[in-house]
Design a binder for this molecule. Structure first.
Ligand code: FAD
Length: 290
């Protein structure tokens, strides 16, 4: 299939890109790595009037430390670059763990960190991790900028709060406290395939090995990444024993997720594997926190 006719612009600076998006308004669409957008255009599921290609805008590709020990990642940084960056590995090893599951190396070399998040695929790993880590998203339009919390960025399947004349410019990842552990687990039918279900957790222990904080996100089991509320209600202030973790998994999968039946799996199967994945993710995250 070939895409429908479209205009193509390749600005060479951020200002030029923002000018073009302002001029095009609802007719404009950002092209990042193209790994999802171009396929959607070829299938005519997306028919943008005009593309604003960000691949020649060098200001949007970087990984920089922030003052509080976190990192700021420019939207056009390739997933492969994030996956292989020493500072990312040191401060946020979860991202390295997750990246290995995203498609294949060829796709990660081209696909971008911000593009994957802005795409907001309910089965995409990075949108879920943006919610889990509550990454701060810098959204820019000509002459303006605003910050949105990662957990407020995604409003539906393939939908975010980013307007057509805006772009996601940067993601800021806040430093983790001491005694923090993490674990991403997923089930997919083949290596590099989209997950039928996935769970990622970030937990922090206090000095008595009680749970001080927990964030758990469930992926591919609802229209958007699901940030569990129940996990915190049950775990915070308690010792994360096998029994407590099993209770969390049971409550979360019976009350918080809404899996669908499709070609790849039934809703019941998804619910069942999510329960197992939740136990694995939390157990390993608490082990790592120690
Ligand atoms: C064979 C194959 C397998 C894949 N498997 C997986 C997988 O297992 N897991 C997974 O998560 N992904 C998977 N992907 C998708 C891949 O990770 C994409 O790279 C990613 O989803 C989109 O990133 P991109 O940079 O290519 O964005 P593009 O395809 O260029 O854009 C995607 C969407 O985001 C918008 N957008 C991009 N950047 C911005 C921005 N800065 N501001 C505002 N809007 C923006 C675009 O307008 C478009 O609507 C797969 C892709 C392929 C081709």
């Amino acid at each position: 299939m070939k895409p429908a006719k479209f205009d193509y612009y390749a600005p060479s600076s951020l200002d030029e890109a923002l000018d073009k998006l302002a001029e095009l308004g609802y007719d404009g669409k950002v092209l990042a790595g193209g790994q999802s957008l171009v396929a959607a255009m070829n299938f005519r599921m997306a028919r943008p009037t005009a593309l604003v290609d960000l691949n020649n805008v060098p200001e949007l590709s970087y990984i920089k430390p922030t003052e509080d020990g976190g990192l700021a990642i420019g939207t056009m940084t390739r997933v492969f670059t994030v996956e292989n960056n020493a500072e990312v590995a040191k401060r946020f090893p979860l991202l390295v763990e997750v990246a290995k599951y995203i498609a294949h190396p060829q796709i990660r070399r081209r696909g971008t960190f911000g593009g994957a998040i802005a795409h907001a695929d309910p089965a995409g790993q990075l949108p879920s991790i943006a919610v889990l880590m509550n990454m701060k998203a810098l959204i820019r339009r000509k002459g303006e900028e605003r910050w949105v919390d990662g957990q407020d960025l995604i409003i539906g399947p393939f939908m975010t709060v980013i307007e057509p004349d805006e772009m996601l410019a940067e993601l800021v990842l806040n430093a983790w406290p001491a005694r923090t552990g993490y674990k991403y687990v997923q089930v997919s039918r083949q290596s590099g395939g989209y997950a039928q279900s996935a769970v990622a957790s970030i937990v922090t222990l206090d000095e008595n090995d009680k749970c001080k904080d927990v964030r758990m996100v469930l992926m591919s089991v609802g229209e958007v990444p699901i940030l569990s509320q129940k996990a915190g209600e049950i775990l915070i202030g308690n010792t994360p024993t096998r029994e407590v973790i099993a209770e969390v998994a049971e409550v979360v999968t019976s009350e918080e997720i809404d899996p669908a039946t499709d070609l790849h799996a039934t809703a019941d199967y998804r619910r069942s594997i999510t329960r197992v994945l939740a136990v694995r993710s939390l157990t390993e995250a608490f082990e790592r926190a120690k």
